[in-house]
Design a protein around this ligand. Structure first.
Ligand SMILES: Cc1cc2nc3c(=O)[nH]c(=O)nc-3n(C[C@H](O)[C@H](O)[C@H](O)COP(=O)(O)OP(=O)(O)OC[C@H]3O[C@@H](n4cnc5c(N)ncnc54)[C@H](O)[C@@H]3O)c2cc1C
Length: 301
């Protein structure tokens, strides 16, 4: 790691910050300390960074806004790559080209103010464009798969290529990138529709109010913990067994929304993981259903 950092400094491939508490970069506000973060300014810098990572065989992780990850409490001995500076947006008619580091919420409000429709579903999703494509983030029966036409990606062999929608295998909270974790999303092209600005903004406002009413947004969380099993709602299953309000250390199954685990006071990652495991076992015992965690567990055994 030391040698890698030395080279990264020498070649000036982006801002480097060492010994970073992951709780400052995850919406759960938990996680151990990472050896270092790097913020490449361009895709070309990222290509060089990935080459060096391979040479020195250092573990790495591409982190978006940290709104769908649960890092363990252990130190992360490796490099965290943050694409915050790949944040250019171009809008030409109904076509939007946007860097992977751009905030999805910011984008949905930017295009709404231009009267473009298609991203209303994303106004309450606090991720990056890259993370949203990886997760195929969605809501209200819409997801990224409906609007992404192509993405620019960095392949494991160090090439930058374009991939079109049909190659990206978008399904419910799933995409090509979950099966190919060594591909990195650099940029996305979205196709939106012309709509009526006032109607789009009104719909987004209505949904925001609904989220505030139904989701525990006053506490740190990473959104829904479990994927909905076919024709069921994970939250309803958890609520019906009476698990709402259950706590482990500083983590709690939200009394407002049973599919959220919230950090109500200095939770550890282990507290959250313990609740996840407990819910899984209890749901399995009661309904014979295997709940699947929607969030990415990183740096666990
Ligand atoms: C309050 C709240 C509400 C939420 N509501 C919703 C919702 O309605 N619908 C929904 O789908 N989700 C929801 N989420 C979850 C989360 O916001 C989304 O999954 C989001 O898309 C994650 O993006 P991120 O940038 O935070 O990704 P991260 O959490 O940083 O990373 C998630 C995964 O994506 C990978 N990744 C990130 N960037 C890239 C990249 N450029 N290239 C390749 N891989 C990458 C990471 O390596 C990681 O494996 C919610 C979360 C919160 C906290």
């Amino acid at each position: 790691m030391k040698e890698l950092l030395k080279e990264l400094h020498t070649y000036k491939l982006g801002k480097i910050v060492e010994h970073v508490p992951l709780k400052e970069h995850t919406t759960y506000r938990v996680g151990g300390t990472a050896d270092a973060f790097i913020y490449p300014k361009t895709a070309t810098d990222l290509v060089k960074i990935m080459k060096l990572i391979k040479t020195y065989q250092v573990p790495y992780f591409v982190l978006g806004k940290g709104s769908n990850v649960l890092f363990s409490d252990r130190p992360f001995h490796g490099l965290i790559i943050k694409l915050d500076e790949l944040d250019e947006v171009k809008i030409r008619g109904q076509i939007v080209t946007v860097g992977a580091g751009y905030s999805l919420m910011k984008l949905s409000s930017l295009v709404a103010r231009k009267g473009l429709s298609g991203l209303e579903f994303a106004s309450g999703i606090p991720g990056s464009v890259g993370g949203a494509i990886y997760m195929n983030a969605g809501a209200y029966k819409k997801d990224m798969g409906y609007i992404v036409t192509k993405v620019k990606v960095l392949t494991p062999s160090g090439r930058i290529i374009s991939m079109v929608n049909r190659e990206l295998n978008f399904h419910y909270r799933s995409s090509f990138f979950q099966q190919h974790k060594d591909y990195i999303v650099l940029e996305a092209t979205l196709k939106l529709q012309q709509g009526v600005k006032e109607e789009i903004l009104a719909l987004m406002q209505e949904r925001k109010e609904r989220r505030l009413e139904t989701q525990p947004l006053e506490y740190p969380s990473a959104g829904s913990v479990f994927r909905n099993p076919e024709n069921q709602y994970a939250g309803k299953l958890i609520e019906d067994i009476g698990l709402k309000g259950l706590t482990r250390g500083g983590a709690m199954i939200s009394p407002k929304h049973a599919n959220f685990i919230v950090n109500v006071g200095n939770a550890t990652s282990q507290d959250i993981k313990d609740l996840m495991d407990l819910v899984k076992v209890t749901v399995k015992d009661n309904y014979h259903i295997d709940l699947k965690v929607e969030q990415e567990l990183v740096n666990w055994e």
